[in-house]
Design a protein around this ligand. Structure first.
Ligand code: CA
Length: 687
């Protein structure tokens, strides 16, 4: 690999004392996309410019490849030495010839389908890492697997959940990162009640190197982990008495892990509190370190270096897991080495990356939960009833956040960051009596279906935006409105283009300086993943995964219902003439619900559905990308329904038994509610 040779040459020169200190030389070939964010800065900027403002009109499909799953496709492919490696839903990894699309191998980790019962947001996987001839993937059920890049055969695998209580419902959806001679991975599950941590393993052998917990040990003990010192000395005292003793507090690191070779730091973005409600979680006391924080650790040892807490006292699912991008900016006439983040809470942060000092923070989307960031303390100025302690509290952003995992990109040529912004709000309300449950969500707030008469208004208020943000001036430069709040991640290129796909299945290229749309194509499949770019034999390509699912799709009713269809990798080049595949989707016909009856209470079922079922089957019983319950053949039959919900006869398909937390009456109430939803849907279709 070219970049390794360049790296070795640089190391040899450095050891001979021939290199003068200065800005680090690029060690990543312009032709490749070898890291999740292309290079270790995670800027997602391709230096290629063959596809540019003048030529982009000739962009056409070069090839496409169908993958074996109709669930959400969130992965960023990587491209090394002419081969694309990409993970898909259920944590499979595919290798394709990047020029022709020929499949070289597929690795199936046999992820058990019942692991979906621990996943908040679909069976997604965001990407692989590569180092020294191995490809690394985290699996939904918590394994880290090393795969031989040539053969597609497993080299080693470890259980990353070793040492964590077996009762905790962890998953992995995030991309693995290769950092020097180690591979690093976090996990997800804050909504279910887990304690977040990040673990590093030797990339050659899989031997554990270090672990860093993002919240203190609930029993106040040392963990024998790299985080022990700082958790006991600094973090423990920032927690009051509350449910975190059972839930582990949350703080899962499910997306951002950025290595800074110049500072030799690994930046970890940590997630929300579990349960959400600050009063219940921590008795309304303390900042709750290291929830919703950027934590810098030594990548060799895992030892704490500094932190900045983006959202103290989190009550709103405001994760700081969003992409952490490093860059050199000129601020007030001075060159500053910074990291930038646009987390869920709606502020764009610029920090000194060596010290963690806050340099600036301004809202990039409507924000009601706070009145700004106090630059003296670095803390948000909280607004009234923000912890919903005195009744329901409507806030912007809502739990989906103003920006989530959908990657942003930065062009050093325009100096702008291109953010897929989510314009949503959310009503937060206490759960009357929270009790941790062994299965299902433990978010700890009341979840309700959207009132039918407000659906149109909510739909209109929940839109998206492609936003070009000036990180120095902390100002918007241009924006493009999007119909739905969820959209794809972005790619910036030296051709002065920004690429983004959207939920309507359009992939578009915009002028990076002005936002004018210069090219688009209707792919027929919703896109939530970010595109990449690479070059082979002088030809530049743009590639993106397409496939509907993930957190956004689960909200239901304000995003499109989609028929089930397999995801695809779509690859474009100038003059490409391949045909877009016709989608071969199948939507089961609505069942005849006219004569079906239920003895259950549909209103009670609605509340239980929202808490227990909506996490997979969608808000308001609406989503078609998992089983659309309104079309389930079990809906008309109370016995069959019970055998699935209580007895778990479909466990192997991922529908586990809920006997631990639901009574037969609960199951019947849920059936009554779904029947009601099915009738509503049928009435609409026949109108
Ligand atoms: Ca969350």
């Amino acid at each position: 690999m070219k970049r390794i040779l360049i790296g070795l040459a640089a190391a040899a020169l450095a050891s001979a004392g021939l290199l003068v200190p200065g800005p680090a030389k690029p060690t990543v070939s312009a032709d490749e996309w070898p890291f999740y964010g292309r290079d270790e800065k995670e800027q997602r900027f391709s230096p290629l410019d063959q596809i540019n403002r003048t030529t982009v009109g000739k962009l056409g499909l070069a090839w496409s490849a169908e993958v074996d799953s109709d669930r959400g496709q969130e992965a960023t492919p990587i491209m090394v030495d002419g081969v694309i490696y990409v993970s898909t839903a259920w944590s499979l990894v595919y290798a394709f010839d990047a020029a022709t699309g020929k499949q070289l191998w597929v690795y199936d980790p046999q992820t058990p389908k019942d692991s979906i019962a621990s996943a908040c947001c679909d069976a997604v996987n965001r990407g692989v890492a590569m180092h020294d001839g191995k490809v690394f993937v985290g699996t939904l059920d918590g394994r880290l697997v090393a795969i031989d890049a040539k053969t597609g055969k497993r080299a080693w695998q470890v259980d990353t959940l070793a040492g964590a209580p077996k009762t905790m419902r962890y998953t992995i959806t995030g991309a693995v990162r290769a950092v020097k001679d180690k591979v690093v991975i976090g996990n997800s599950g804050a909504e279910f009640g887990v304690r977040g941590f990040v673990t590093a393993y030797d990339s050659a052998t899989g031997k554990l190197a270090w672990r860093f917990y993002l919240t203190p040990n609930p029993q106040g003990k040392a963990d024998g982990a790299a985080s022990d010192d700082v958790l006991l000395a600094k973090a423990q005292h920032t927690w009051g008495e509350g449910e975190w003793r059972n839930s582990g507090g949350g703080g899962t690191a499910w997306d951002a892990l950025t290595f800074d070779p110049e500072a030799n730091l690994l930046y970890i973005g940590s997630g929300n509190g579990g349960p959400f409600d600050y009063q219940v979680r921590s008795g309304g006391k303390g900042d709750n370190l290291f929830l919703s924080s950027i934590v810098a650790v030594d990548p060799d040892t895992g030892k704490y270096r500094w932190h900045y807490q983006v959202t103290p006292e989190d009550s709103w699912d405001y994760t700081a897991t969003q992409q952490i991008m490093s860059a050199r900016l000129t601020i007030a006439g001075k060159q500053r080495d910074v990291i930038m983040q646009a987390p869920k809470n709606g502020y764009f942060y610029v920090l000194d990356r060596k010290t963690g000092q806050l340099l600036s923070a301004k809202p990039f989307a409507p924000v009601t939960w706070s009145a700004g960031i106090d630059m003296k303390t670095g803390r948000p100025i909280l607004t009234k009833n923000v912890h919903y302690q005195d009744g329901p509290s409507l806030q912007q952003p809502g739990p989906f956040g103003a920006h989530s995992w959908h990657a942003m990109s930065y062009s050093p040529r325009t100096g702008l960051v291109y953010i897929p912004v989510q314009l949503t709000g959310g009503e937060y309300e206490k759960l009357p009596a929270f009790k941790h449950r062994p299965i299902g969500q433990n978010a700890g707030i009341a979840m309700k279906e959207f009132p039918e008469d407000q659906l149109d208004a909510i739909r209109k208020a929940s839109t998206g935006q492609l936003l070009a943000w000036d990180p120095v001036a902390q100002k918007a430069r241009w924006s493009v409105p999007k119909r739905y709040f969820v959209n794809g991640g972005t790619l910036a290129t030296a051709g002065d283009l920004v690429f983004q796909g959207d939920l309507e299945g359009m992939l578009a290229a915009y002028d990076a300086a002005k936002g004018t749309k210069l090219w688009s194509i209707d792919t027929g499949i919703p896109i939530i993943a970010p595109p990449i770019s690479y070059r082979i034999k002088g030809e530049q390509y743009v590639a993106v995964m397409a496939g509907y699912g993930g957190a956004g799709a689960l909200i239901g009713r304000i995003v499109p219902d989609r028929p089930r269809e397999n995801g695809r990798l779509l690859v474009f080049k100038l003059g490409g003439t391949a045909k877009l595949p016709t989608t071969s989707s199948y939507t089961p016909p609505p069942i005849d619900v006219a004569n079906a009856t239920s003895s259950g209470d549909a209103d009670a079922g609605s509340i239980e559905y929202a808490r227990t079922c909506s996490v997979c089957h969608g808000g308001n019983a609406s989503v078609a990308y998992t089983a659309d319950l309104r079309r389930s053949s079990a809906l008309g039959d109370a016995e069959l329904w019970k055998s699935i919900v209580i007895d778990g006869v479909l466990k192997d398909a991922g529908m586990v038994s809920f006997a631990e937390i639901l009574t037969q009456q609960d199951a019947e109430n849920i059936r009554a509610y779904v029947l009601r939803q099915a009738r509503k849907a049928e009435a609409k279709e026949t109108n």
